[in-house]
Design a protein around this ligand. Structure first.
Ligand code: HEC
Length: 108
């Protein structure tokens, strides 16, 4: 029983470490902000086809999930136009200023 508990704890720690590594990091948020304004905002302001979208629209984990799994499935062709690195930068910017981040930000 004791051993089982210990194993559970180790697995929990390992999973936690793995997910923190997977979280957005390594992108350039300044470049991401520029790219978001330039490429995403044209469809993502109030009244435009994609609807208003700011970093605050999602939480940090929601942004990561969006970039990893969803990949803009509402309009998948959009994603094909971006380089992997640019998406990483945009992901970083949105993540850094997400609703539950240290520096939530509406501009973008
Ligand atoms: C050509 C227009 C267009 C561009 C450019 C565009 N989008 Fe979208 N986006 C859409 C449309 C249309 C939807 C679907 C909106 C809906 O379902 O109401 C959408 C949906 C989304 C959603 C889902 C919204 C939600 O509530 O979960 C996110 C997040 C998103 N886009 C992010 C981005 C990001 C980030 C970029 C830039 C890398 C981008 N979009 C560029 C048109 C666009």
């Amino acid at each position: 029983m004791k051993l089982a508990k210990r194993i559970t704890a180790i697995v929990a720690i390992a999973l936690f470490a793995a997910t923190s590594v997977m979280a957005a990091q390594g992108g350039n948020p300044k470049k991401g902000k520029y790219l978001f304004k330039k490429h995403c905002k044209r469809c993502h302001v109030a009244g435009a086809e994609g609807g208003e979208l700011t970093p605050l629209s999602k939480t940090m984990s929601q942004w990561d999930r969006f970039f990893k799994r969803d990949k803009h499935k509402a309009k998948p062709e959009i994603w094909g136009k971006f380089k992997e690195k640019d998406l990483k930068d945009i992901n970083q910017f949105l993540y850094d200023h997400a609703a539950d981040s240290d520096q939530p930000e509406t501009c973008g």
